[in-house]
Design a protein around this ligand. Structure first.
Ligand code: NCD
Ligand code: ZN
Length: 341
């Protein structure tokens, strides 16, 4: 629902979110709870979330730091490894999905899988039990080609497991958008920053560490294809921010950590983008309805209101002993803000 000054989104969802743990969790999670009715929580902690017990304990820690901010449903994930049916059943009360990382492709993926073939028995179980498979779809090839090279693996998985709901996470290429229409059981998330930036913004001028993430931003024609699909609210595409905080010193350093921390600006930045392209009425589908329909989610009703009032994104968020983190769009004025009411 929108007039020219306000925009109300029903149960907005962030379908790919890194909240970390401890002090970083306390620092970042309230930003998501302030804007979203729920989020899919990535399991790449150190050590990764690999049991029902760890998953339930992590969920409790998340709810604790979000308490009082707004009703927020953490949709929990396990880190893909070989699981037995009883391990999956034990996790199921709070298990939303399992996240697969190939070995060594991104932050904390050292215990990722080495062989897709060896992963098949667990995928078979997931298919039978109705547990979605979320995939970080990159090979270890040349950095600009990693996602494209992985697309044949998606095709194979989608064919071999026709009833397994597969989500291609944080897609960054026009080719991935095209694949969505070829396999009924393939879906995707896309990040707001990949709708806006290309590799030029990361490395075309002075190097911008706060825009460095995996998968790396690609070519203008890739960004344009992602943006067109998002603005059209492509029915198989969901907003997943991949907001991935790292302390400022780990980003502004020799050996910059991969990840863009976008959580504080997500809905305002998306409202600006969709408005600019005359697509504001399709934002609801992109940030919620598609995900609810694809996954059959039962999320408590909660609406989040944006108002057309400019604000300037802080250069850095830091609170006392909590880590200092630089947000996406630091220092930029955004025309929309999240209303406190
Ligand atoms: C993520 C992180 O920091 O955990 N980094 C990133 O660049 N996106 C991991 C991931 O989703 O690849
Ligand atoms: Zn991620």
């Amino acid at each position: 629902m929108a007039d020219s000054r306000t925009l109300t989104l029903n149960r907005p969802l962030d379908m790919h979110l890194h909240l970390r743990d401890d002090d970083m969790l306390r620092m970042v999670a309230p930003h998501s709870a302030a804007q979203f009715a729920g989020a899919v929580i990535m399991p790449n902690l150190v050590p990764p979330v690999t049991s029902g017990e760890m998953l339930t304990a992590y969920r409790t820690r998340i709810l604790k730091v979000c308490n009082g901010v707004g009703e927020f449903e953490p949709l929990m994930t396990l880190f893909f490894q070989h699981y037995t049916e009883s391990q999956l059943s034990a996790a199921q009360p709070h298990l939303f999905a399992i996240k697969l990382y190939p070995h060594g492709v991104t932050t904390n993926s050292e215990s990722g899988i080495h062989s897709i073939n060896a992963a098949e028995p667990t995928m078979r179980l997931m298919e039978e039990m109705g547990i979605p498979l979320l995939v970080h779809g990159e090979t270890t090839g040349f950095v600009m080609d990693r996602e494209r090279e992985f697309l044949t693996i998606y095709e194979r998985l989608a064919t071999r497991f026709p009833r397994l709901r597969i989500v291609m996470e944080h897609i960054t290429t026009a080719a991935a958008v095209q694949l969505l229409d070829r396999f009924e059981n393939l879906h995707a998330t896309v990040t707001p920053h990949h709708l806006v930036i290309t590799l030029d913004d990361v490395a075309g001028g002075l190097l911008q560490p706060h825009l460095f993430c995996k998968p790396i931003a690609k070519r203008p024609e890739d960004r344009d294809a992602l943006l067109a699909a998002a603005l059209a609210a492509h029915p198989k595409l969901m907003m997943g921010s991949d907001s991935a905080p790292h302390p400022r010193h780990a980003k502004e350093s020799c050996g910059c950590a991969a990840g863009v921390w976008s959580a504080p600006v997500l809905l305002p930045r998306l409202a600006e983008l969709f408005e600019k392209h005359g697509a504001l009425e399709r934002l609801q589908a992109f940030v919620s309805d598609n995900a609810v329909r694809i996954h059959g989610l039962n999320i408590p009703q909660r609406s989040v209101k944006l108002v057309r009032e400019p604000w300037t994104v802080p250069a850095v968020y830091a609170g006392g002993e909590l880590p200092a983190v630089v947000p996406w769009e630091a220092g930029r004025e955004l025309p929309w803000r999240v209303s406190a009411a």
